[in-house]
Write a protein that binds this ligand. Structure first.
Ligand code: AP5
Length: 211
């Protein structure tokens, strides 16, 4: 069985959190384009140098860069049984490019709905592992429980940048909900409440799609 899912929702809606759980549940990789870009920045690669300023400002990396990055990633061996895309596509042009790359298409879009004030509060308290990208809500620990790496606050989680990211989301990414609805791919979930409760809702909803 192969499972191909897209996670969609505003910054802070829990795409990374739920993607990691879903990935474990189905035994397939969760592919976070944000993590890939942050890793490129940390490594100081050509890609990292090119995108660093874009990430810090909360703007979008050009479509052609993102499409080749994802095309290469999903062609790897570990994606043979499927994958979960977190953060891609983010524009209608990226969605169209994905259809060209994946002729069989995707199984479903997991759309997480969370009120604006709640995502702002979540991002203000988020800590991210510098080494493995795991995320934490407010915590007293300064070390990652997964890999022992340092926890830090992302540059783009400053309040003013978060507001900008939300505007970018509304303008460029929210239209994807309508785009995928016309293809009957959208499964909408309330992303508020305890993480495990949201995960149960999503797993039950997706089980019906891929049964
Ligand atoms: P990316 O890393 O994808 O950021 P994002 O989409 O803004 O999403 P976030 O990572 O902020 O939030 P999330 O929904 O994953 O929430 P999380 O699970 O962490 O992209 C960053 C940048 O990269 C972009 O701005 C852009 O520049 C660039 N980029 C990436 N992809 C691109 C593309 N395709 N095209 C162009 N540019 C691209 O949860 C948030 C917090 O809430 C955490 O602290 C978590 O612990 C907590 N939390 C989660 N669930 C719950 C819950 N149920 N209750 C309480 N707290 C919760």
């Amino acid at each position: 069985m192969s499972v191909k899912l897209i996670l969609l929702g505003p910054p802070g809606s829990g795409k990374g959190t739920q993607g990691a759980l879903l990935g474990k549940f189905y035994g397939i990789p969760e592919i976070s384009t944000g993590d890939m870009l942050r890793q490129a920045v940390a490594e100081g690669s050509e890609l990292g140098k090119r995108v660093q300023g874009i990430l810090t400002k909360g703007q979008l990396v050009p479509d052609d860069v993102m499409v080749s990055l994802v095309e290469e990633r999903v062609s790897r061996e570990d994606c043979a049984q499927g994958f979960i895309l977190d953060g891609f596509p983010r524009t209608v042009d990226q969605a169209r490019a994905l259809e060209r790359v994946l002729p069989g298409g995707i199984d479903a879009v997991v759309y997480l709905r969370v009120p604006r004030e709640e995502v702002i509060a979540r991002l203000a308290g988020r800590l991210t592992c510098r080494r493995c990208g795991a995320v934490y809500a407010k915590t007293d620990s300064s070390l990652c429980q997964v890999c022992g790496g340092d926890l830090y606050q992302r540059d783009d989680d400053l309040r003013s940048t978060v507001e900008h990211r939300l505007r970018v989301y509304e303008e460029h990414t929210a239209p994807l909900v309508g785009y995928y609805r016309t293809l009957d791919k959208v499964r909408e979930f309330d992303g508020s409440g305890p993480v495990e409760e949201v995960a149960r809702r999503v797993e039950a909803g997706i089980a019906r799609v891929i049964a």
